[in-house]
Design a protein around this ligand. Structure first.
Ligand code: NI
Length: 190
């Protein structure tokens, strides 16, 4: 998920990036964003590397969440850090996340790194409970409220092939889809 407010993110010195692997983010129009992802069956060394690369990619964007299919890997894996790397313990890695509970409703602006520069208001649950496996293979549950609930819904949607624009209706949807299709056709999103 894109950062909700205009970014105050300050780029660290360039030496910081030397060990980073920032992957290209797949844009709207690529079929990998529409396929349901496959469950992760083994947390092995290549998966740990993918997780590290996804975290680097999310921080570099900058964004608060990223799903594996957004870097072209159709696996049920997502990362979220509402602090974009600023707060220790802010990073969460979700292997095979499943929504257990969702309640309430809240309508806020939302964006997506795969649909850059577009934000629209989307209604989401106010509180959710998600079960997942962490990167050490431990089964966990997390309760999320507000922005965390929104990010969890947004990333789990990605893993099911759903994008935030799918939640829009009527004129709002027509307007944004027309602009997006124009960009896709022009090849500007590669
Ligand atoms: Ni997104």
């Amino acid at each position: 998920m894109a950062q909700p407010a205009p970014s105050s993110f300050i780029l660290p010195p360039s030496s910081f990036f030397q060990t980073m692997a920032v992957l290209p983010i797949v844009k709207y129009g690529d079929p990998v964003l529409r396929d349901a992802t496959r469950p992760v069956t083994e947390i092995d060394v290549p998966l740990q590397k993918l997780i590290d690369d996804m975290v680097d990619t999310m921080y570099a964007a900058p964004g608060v969440g990223l799903a594996a299919n957004q870097v072209g890997v159709s696996k049920r894996l997502a990362v979220i850090d509402l602090s974009v790397g600023k707060r220790p313990g802010g990073l969460h890695v979700f292997v095979n996340p499943e929504m257990l509970e969702a309640e309430g409703e809240i309508t806020e602006e939302e964006g997506c790194l795969s649909i850059p520069d577009f934000v629209e208001v989307v209604t989401r649950p106010e509180r959710v409970k998600v079960r997942y496996t962490d990167r050490n293979g431990e089964q966990r549950e997390i309760r999320g409220e507000g922005l965390m609930a929104r990010a969890l819904c947004h990333e789990i949607d990605h893993l099911n092939g759903t994008l935030f624009v799918d939640h829009l209706r009527g004129f709002k949807k027509e307007r944004i889809m027309k602009k997006i299709q124009k960009l896709v056709k022009s090849g500007m999103w590669g």
